[in-house]
Design a protein around this ligand. Structure first.
Ligand code: FAD
Length: 483
């Protein structure tokens, strides 16, 4: 009787504890993925993430075939589907790597008890994080709410488990007929866009799957890690790892990245500041999962409940201008267009565009979170809402609400030569550096020489910065007054 490995956000062969466990048991191994388009609990995947998933599942199947196995695709509600499949193959055991949102944990717990009630063993593992969220607590046994304290406690006396290699091969297993009838083809999952096919930019940008993740990691180690602490803040530079979508889908494990960065820093004598800064970012990911695990649905509820009284505006036109990268603020528009084209946005730009939506437009952070959820290939249950709440000021250890980014100064500071704006907002590309971040301040002759006609080829600002800033501060003051 076989063991089922249920792949979820761990779409890789190397350092996959559930897969290693199954292979080491000596039983036949069946690898499955269940796609539930509309889960009863929890979130449906956004469009960009569905695109990634399609590519990633294809690559996983290819990799499993090279070991003598394959990936069985199933579709439907997770609990019923896994139970039916386990019965059809008469599985002795089902194993998986753990997930962390309340909805996912509830689903997994109910599947575990249903299987165990039928005499099927269930084994679960940590394949996603350096540390399980419940293993890091304050002295009083409480979850942390401040990153610095969390990260110090998480690292104290702790070294992550070294990553495990991929198995050499999979014991052969032929699916019985009644299990085969449950399987579907990848194309049947309808994960890819068609009519219109908007994914050209995604295809140009990414090589999905485990091999793609390894290539990206090698590029990062060879060309980016040495200098990361300085280069990570410039959106025009290739200055960060771009590993986020691979981590999101588990095409690579955080342990693999952790150890590879450590080994490269040692062998290449890379100054500690770069390694440590990079490790801290991985720490922010751990912290987001800590929050996701311990606190109410992060994408729905303000972590600081006094933000429930925030007088958000409903402004469909302004929201649309933001989504389409047509706010009239070049660095904001560059970020939003990078997102639309590639499914990814630089972290500095994420902070600037989020601040703009929340503070300049006074639109609820949940609107922005949900747009990111639909358009990011790395859209993550933990990092996305935690990032939005951090910018909004409503999150744990968040930036204070009254810190309002000036989008012109942010552009001038982090994109001093305007390269990022020129790449993503080509209609401004001929403006000189001095006016590229504030075209409405350019002299008429400059605009004419650059073929920029404000209001025609590029919009006027949707809001005036000083006025928007005052409005946001007044809203916050009212909130504090009412709290
Ligand atoms: P690197 O700088 O190379 O960092 C390495 C890894 O560390 C990242 O891949 C990521 O897993 C983790 N990381 C880095 N910064 C953060 C952070 N601030 N918080 C949590 N983890 C971090 N990240 C996502 O993975 N998915 C999201 O949906 C997401 N949404 C965000 C929304 C907002 C409004 C903000 C401000 C940030 C968001 N982030 C999100 C965090 C961060 O912007 C991205 O992780 C990062 O830009 C990914 O690029 P990278 O892999 O090159 O990062």
């Amino acid at each position: 009787r076989p063991i089922i490995v249920w792949f979820r956000d761990d779409q890789r062969l190397a350092d996959n504890p559930a897969l290693s466990h199954a292979v080491s048991s000596g039983c036949p191994v069946v690898c499955v993925y269940v796609y539930d388009a509309e889960p009863r609990h929890g979130r449906s995947l956004g469009a960009a993430a569905r695109w990634w998933l399609h590519e990633s599942l294809r690559e996983l199947d290819r990799a499993l075939r090279s070991l003598g196995g394959s990936l069985v695709l199933l579709s439907g509600a997770e609990r019923e589907t896994i139970e039916a499949f386990a019965s059809a193959v008469e599985a002795v055991e089902v194993c998986w790597n753990r997930r962390y949102s309340a909805a996912q944990r509830q689903t997994d717990a109910s599947i575990k008890s249903a299987l165990e009630a039928k005499g099927v063993l269930v084994s679960t593992f940590n394949g996603h994080l350096l540390r399980e969220p419940w293993k890091v607590t304050t002295r009083e046994g409480q979850p942390f709410q401040v990153f610095g304290a969390y990260w110090r406690a998480a690292r104290l006396g702790f070294s992550p488990e070294p990553p495990q290699p991929a198995p050499d091969g999979l014991p052969f297993y032929s699916l019985p007929e009644r299990a085969r009838t449950l399987a579907v083809d990848l194309i049947d999952l309808k994960l890819q866009p068609h009519a219109p096919d908007w994914a050209a930019g995604l295809r140009e940008t990414w090589t999905c799957g485990e091999n793609g993740a390894q290539q990206q990691l090698q590029h990062f180690l060879a060309h980016v890690l040495d200098g990361y602490a300085a280069s990570r803040d410039a959106p025009a530079h290739d200055g960060t790892s771009k590993l986020s979508p691979y981590l999101r889908f588990g095409n690579i494990s955080v342990r693999q990245i952790w150890y590879a960065a450590l080994a490269t820093a040692q062998s290449e004598s890379i100054p500690g500041e770069h390694l440590h800064r990079f490790q801290d970012e991985l720490g922010w990911r751990e912290f987001s999962y800590h929050l996701l695990f311990h606190f109410p649905p992060l994408h729905e509820v303000n972590f600081r409940r006094q933000f429930d009284a925030m007088p958000w505006r409903h402004d469909a036109q302004a929201l649309r201008a933001w989504q389409r990268g047509k706010t009239g603020y070049p660095v904001v528009d560059a970020g939003m267009r990078e997102l639309w084209r590639t499914g990814w946005m630089h972290n500095r730009a994420r902070m600037v565009v989020a601040s703009f939506l929340i503070k300049h437009l006074l639109i609820d952070w949940r609107e922005g979170e949900s747009w990111f959820w639909d358009t990011l290939v790395d859209a993550d249950e933990a990092n996305n809402p935690a990032g939005w709440q951090w910018v909004a000021g409503s999150g744990a250890d968040a930036a204070p609400y009254f810190r309002i980014f000036n989008p012109v100064l942010q552009g001038q500071k982090f994109d001093a030569r305007g390269d990022y704006v020129r790449r993503w907002v080509p209609e401004l590309s001929r403006l000189p550096d001095v006016s590229i971040h504030a075209p409405w301040l350019a002299a008429p002759a400059q605009l004419e020489a650059a073929s920029v006609r404000l209001g025609e080829t590029y919009p006027f600002p949707v809001v005036d910065h000083p006025q928007a800033r005052m409005r946001a501060l007044a809203a916050f003051d009212a909130l504090r007054g009412g709290a």
